[in-house]
Write a protein that binds this ligand. Structure first.
Ligand code: ADP
Length: 219
């Protein structure tokens, strides 16, 4: 496909939403055709599945159900939104993708990675990111940031409410994935100011798009 698929990963509170929104604006200003989307969600149906997944009342949700709902949300999102944009030559910026399923359901819940990969192979039809920015932040720092957010805005969702041992496994999982897929995943020190992080990301993405000869105005 002509486009370029870029994902942002990291634990909750690592700054993905903040950085991806800024990168979206920056790339538009540079003249690139770019869309911003997120998982779970990104389409009407996927957003309904997101509500099912994150609703703190759904405490009885089975682990297998969780895996399949994330994959179902992804299947709809990939086909309805990601692939059509890539076929038009656009840059797709996506807040979380398959790495998050491996980190949260694989490493976090302790489910076999091979099962998660198999389910997601079916869900994505093989669509995979070209480049992934992993925002690396110590767990304590992210939890302090989230505490501020929970106090001023909405409370923690069903996944965020899980115990800290779970979040530690997720964190370690992301670190393992980063090593395993080092040719795709770019690790970014997220324990800096919003501006410093963004400047590093902008410099990297411009070099990457130029190296790929990604056109500013796709034909
Ligand atoms: P994520 O999408 O990874 O959960 P957010 O972008 O929502 O993270 O950021 C989590 C919280 O931390 C928000 O309240 C945000 O304003 C704050 N935040 C984001 N980046 C930074 C940063 N570099 N330094 C301090 N606080 C930050």
């Amino acid at each position: 496909m002509k486009g370029c698929f870029i994902t942002f990963e990291g634990i909750d509170g690592s700054g993905k939403t903040t950085q991806i929104a800024r990168m979206h604006t920056f790339l538009q200003e540079q003249g690139y055709e770019v869309i911003l989307t997120r998982e779970p969600g990104g389409t009407r149906i996927s957003d309904r599945i997101r509500e099912l997944l994150l609703n703190p009342e759904h405490k009885e949700m089975e682990e297998a159900t969780e895996v399949l709902l994330y994959a179902a949300s992804r299947a709809q999102h990939v086909r309805e939104k990601v692939v059509p944009a890539l076929e038009k030559g656009k840059i797709v910026l996506c807040d979380r993708f398959l790495d998050a399923s491996l980190a949260y359901q694989g490493y976090g819940l302790g489910l076999p990675l091979s099962d998660i990969l198999a389910v997601n192979r079916f869900a994505t039809g093989g669509v995979a990111p070209d480049r992934t920015y992993f925002l690396e932040l110590p767990l304590e720092v992210s939890q302090a940031r989230l505490a501020t957010r929970f106090a001023s805005q909405e409370g923690p969702d069903r996944i965020e409410q899980k115990p800290s041992s779970y979040h530690e496994r997720v964190y370690e999982g992301f670190m393992t994935l980063r090593e395993q897929y080092s040719e795709r995943i770019v690790s970014v020190d997220a324990n800096r100011s919003i501006e410093e992080i963004q400047q590093g990301l902008q410099a990297d993405i411009l070099l990457y798009l130029q190296a790929r000869k990604h056109p500013v105005h796709p034909s």
